[in-house]
Design a binder for this molecule. Structure first.
Ligand code: C2O
Length: 550
């Protein structure tokens, strides 16, 4: 194992997109930021110099951070932000996971332009559990705003309504030629007929799930969220914000140019979005001269609201039990939680002015888990409070295992009781090594949409997912104990539920939240405090000396 070291200068970058110049926040002057490549077992050290005008943290999405929670990154959960002009070094070991992950800013909307791929290859002597690809390509799907993204979020939070939607989508930072002034901004990958390639697809968008296809080609899914799957052949990949999907692409079509394309999967009616697809080009190498004016073949993407296709994709993935880091599903459960997701309204809060809110004076959009809208602390991080045994005034340990009302789609009066939330900073405390089952019930009283729920510090097994009200008697029979997929982010189906399990074997404070950036500041989150294990090696390590202060 080796040490991989990077220095990230985070600052202003001027770019021209959609016919206009704009100043964005970017790492080392590039969009996306640098791709980090490590081998499993390596130590990664990233020196972050914040030369941007904003408070900043970076999160290594999906990295377990075993006992190194100080490097996890969510602002006010595991650290105070790096103030403008300041720096912080993230230093952690990457063990027990291989595949594609990514890193992104974990403050405000900055991750719209502050993100990059994090690729973990097998350590020396180990191989992929599939045929070695001729080449690998990171494919990062993103979203683009013509406006300053920090302002977009601030305006919405002050107003109390929803933020402006994005103006375009991107592949590796490029809009692709279906958007205005973007003809020479199309991402291209070159392939040779007969060879097989690995595409590491990351959904780095803030608020959109995507359908992704390549004209005339199938793809074989081999990993999701840096966890190997049984090979799954598909003509469309469905991916929610935060999720990654590794696919093998065989260049087995006639020599030519083929579009790869992504457009949103919108599970709810009435949600606004831009309907253009972002495209890239798969170009076959040829010795013959090519008619350069020929237009690439465009794939047929599913309709924007094609939930059956999305569900088929998500529910057909299974874990590869012969893979090196496969862990069996915990069968005995210590903590059983039933968590509802609500979208509703709540009081504006002391530090915001919602006097012109669309919901009436001093009300704002809010979201919740078990009717609690999660509020971040501001004077310290939760991890410091936990480490110093000083949680008073920072968080309370009474996050409930069940919602205050039994949610029921068939009884809208009862369900509507879950739209009005309470603001708080509540955590669930877990004993080291305890096993947890979470039943996520999507209530979505305002708009029925998927919520990509991301758990920091762990992968979980996905035992089952379905639609309507979760019914234990019937649905427990559908649990896959044998080879369930492992993920760090699950798209809880629109109008449905999902059941996941994990073992709390990583001490620290771990955020769990909706990875739609519009929902997170509304409170769709909570956190777990996981106690130390019996030894120093199973306890949270002390904080690094340069940990930022609030
Ligand atoms: Cu990728 Cu808490 O986030």
């Amino acid at each position: 194992a080796k040490v991989v070291e990077h220095t990230f200068h985070v600052g202003n970058l001027t770019v021209t997109k959609m016919c206009q110049k704009q100043v964005i926040t970017a790492v080392n002057g590039s969009l996306p930021g640098p791709t980090i490549r490590v081998n499993e077992g390596d130590t990664l050290i990233v020196h972050v110099l914040n030369k941007s005008p904003y408070n900043l943290t970076l999160h290594w999405h999906g990295i377990f951070q075993l006992f190194s929670g100080w490097a996890d990154g969510p602002a006010y959960v595991t650290q105070c932000p790096i103030l403008p002009g300041n720096s912080y070094t993230y230093n952690f070991n990457i063990t027990g996971q291989e595949g594609t992950l990514w890193w992104h800013a974990h403050t405000s909307y900055l991750r719209a332009t502050v993100y990059g791929a994090l690729i973990i290859r097998p350590r020396a002597g180990r191989k992929y559990p599939f045929t070695k690809p001729a080449k690998e390509f990171p494919i990062m799907l993103g979203e683009w705003w013509n406006a300053n993204v920090y302002d977009v979020e601030e305006e919405a939070l002050n107003f109390g309504g929803a933020p402006n939607i994005s103006d375009a989508y991107t592949i590796n930072g490029r809009l692709g030629d279906q958007f205005p002034c973007s003809a020479n901004q199309t991402h291209k990958i070159e392939v040779e007929k007969g060879k097989t390639y690995l595409l590491r697809i990351v959904n780095a968008a803030l608020n959109n799930q995507f359908f992704f296809s390549i004209a005339n080609h199938n793809m074989t899914v081999v990993a999701i969220d840096a966890s190997y799957t049984n090979p799954y052949v598909t003509d469309v990949v469905v991916t929610g914000p935060g999720q990654t999907t590794d696919v093998l692409l065989k260049a087995n079509q006639p020599i030519g140019d083929y579009y790869m394309a992504a457009h949103p999967y919108i599970s709810a009616a009435g949600i606004q979005f831009v309907t253009n697809a972002t495209v890239g080009i798969v170009q076959y190498k040829t010795s013959r001269s090519r008619n350069s004016s020929s237009t690439p073949v465009m794939p047929t993407l599913p309709a924007f609201n094609d939930t059956p296709t999305a569900h088929k994709f998500f529910s057909n993935l299974t874990g590869l039990t012969t893979a090196p880091f496969w862990v069996p599903v915990p069968r005995k459960i210590d903590e059983k939680m039933f968590i509802t997701f609500g979208l509703g309204v709540s009081p504006c809060g002391a530090n915001r002015n919602c006097s012109n809110s669309p919901f009436g004076t001093n009300l704002r959009f809010s979201a919740s888990m078990n009717n609690h809208s999660f509020e971040l602390p501001s004077k310290t991080s939760m991890l410091e409070a936990h480490f110093n045994n000083a949680s008073a005034g920072v968080y309370t340990e009474d996050f409930p295992n069940n919602p205050p009302l039994v949610f029921d789609y068939t009884n809208s009066n009862l369900s509507f009781g879950l739209a009005f939330t309470e603001k708080s900073t509540k955590v669930k405390r877990l004993k080291f090594n305890s096993t947890v089952e979470m039943i996520f019930q999507n209530t979505a009283l305002i708009g029925i949409e998927n919520h990509p729920i991301h758990l920091h510090g762990y992968n979980f097994h996905v035992l089952a997912q379905g639609f309507g009200n979760y019914n234990a008697t019937v649905d427990e029979k559908k649990f896959n104990f044998n080879n369930p997929q492992e993920r760090n982010t699950i798209g809880v189906p629109a109008g449905g539920w999902a059941v996941v399990r994990f073992r709390a074997n990583n001490a620290g404070v771990w955020f769990m939240h909706c990875h739609l950036d519009v929902h997170m500041p509304w409170g769709l989150g909570m956190a777990f405090v996981v106690e130390n294990g019996p030894t120093a090696a199973t306890s949270l390590r002390p904080p690094p000396s340069d940990l930022p202060k609030c």
